[in-house]
Design a protein around this ligand. Structure first.
Ligand code: CTP
Ligand code: MG
Length: 240
């Protein structure tokens, strides 16, 4: 079994409104992207990491992240694309055929733990496809274009999905190839996660696995403040 992680770091972080891309901002002295790279580095069953970076940031990533912090599992840094799914696809293209499972992870999610990785591994060995997530805490509404609520889906069936999203390599590679063809032929709709690609392009069902409410994505400025507190909290728990 060969396991490869694809860590996504090619977004522009528009909702963060910061000068530097959000994945390179600091949380308690380390860049956001450092935390998940470190989790993969420490994970005994992850063999390699492919880091997907913005075209203009490839040298920065090599020197200021991979070399500076000594991430030995990062074998390749590849250029991302315009949308997240382009970046994922480029990451998948960089993986060798002998890969068994791919762990796709948002570099903007620093609180990946070994426990989450272990639960994901258990599930993917059985189901070939799984995504980490948590039951939603808030009630979710579907609204019309004028901003009026028109439906309230049953909360107990709703999950917020996180990453990692983990798949057998042949399944996710095949699904993305089909997606790219479909998009070229004019397929409509947006693609916001990898599980969607598998759901749309194959009959394979994607298993939901328990993540953590701490496994947040750094998206807007307040997330960075929360992240600072979380680092301290998780550190204190570890040392208790
Ligand atoms: N990502 C990527 N390539 C893209 C878009 C996103 O690799 N073209 C990555 C981001 O770097 C991030 C993850 O996908 O780690 C999740 O995306 P998101 O939180 O939306 O990040 P951004 O797209 O950078 O932020 P925004 O949508 O606010 O611009
Ligand atoms: Mg985005």
């Amino acid at each position: 079994e060969k396991n490869v992680a694809v860590v996504l770091s090619a977004g522009q972080g528009k909702r963060m409104h910061s000068k530097m891309a959000k994945q390179y901002l600091m949380i308690e002295g380390m860049p956001v992207i450092w935390y998940s790279l470190q989790a993969f580095e420490e994970c005994p069953f992850i063999d390699e990491v492919i880091l997907v970076a913005g075209e203009a940031d490839m040298a920065y990533c090599r020197e200021q992240i991979v070399e500076k912090y000594g991430f030995r599992k990062v074998r390749r840094i590849v250029a991302g694309g315009k949308e997240r799914y382009h970046s994922v696809y480029n990451g998948l293209l960089a993986i060798q055929e002998d890969c068994s499972y791919v762990y796709i992870h948002d570099g903007a999610r620093p609180f990946l733990t070994q426990e989450i990785l272990e639960r994901a591994r258990e599930a993917v060995l059985i189901h070939q496809a799984c995504v980490v997530g948590m039951p939603v805490k808030d009630t979710i509404k579907i609204c019309d274009e004028a901003g009026f609520g028109i439906q309230t889906p049953d909360r107990s069936a709703l999950w917020q999905v996180q990453t990692p999203q983990v798949f057998s390599y042949s399944l996710i590679r095949g699904s993305y190839e089909l997606l790219m063809e479909a998009l070229q032929k004019g397929m409509e709709g947006t693609v916001t996660d990898d599980a969607m690609v598998v759901e749309r392009m194959t009959d394979c069902k994607v298993k939901l696995v328990e993540g953590s409410y701490s496994n947040i994505k750094i998206t807007t400025p307040e997330d960075l403040a929360v992240a600072g507190s979380l680092v301290l909290l998780l550190r204190a728990e570890k040392n208790r």
